[in-house]
Design a protein around this ligand. Sequence first.
Ligand SMILES: [Zn+2]
Length: 142
Amino acid sequence: MNRRDAALVVLVLIAALAGFALMLTQTGQGAQVEIAVNGEVYGIYDLDTDQTIEIGEKNICRIENGAAWMEWADCPDQLCVHHSKISRNNETVVCLPNRVTLTILGGEDEGQPDTIVSDASLENSFLPGYGETTSFLSTANK
Ligand SMILES: [Zn+2]
């Protein structure tokens, strides 16, 4: 193994770690999607597991990369299919004609600040002279 190979291995490792970290931040902590038909729970599925769920013969829900959406429906308005992907706590997709709802349980709360992005920007703007970003964070969280 020459030096270039070693550098390549390191790069691949870094990329893998970065991908893993990204995955962790995107999936949240054990979020699930609850599917209900006619107000009754049809099933609860982990957002961590990529899968396709047929809801009767009228709707198909897809879960991928920590988000859920209505992949297909036979309803005339198609509003549920065009709804954006959901991944945050209490977000819902509703198919009114078929009375099907997708609801996120236990995901990250909506409106919560993205701490990872703010951490990065804090370090860029406040690091010179201020090593302790934690003290700033505690005031920012008030
Ligand atoms: Zn629909």
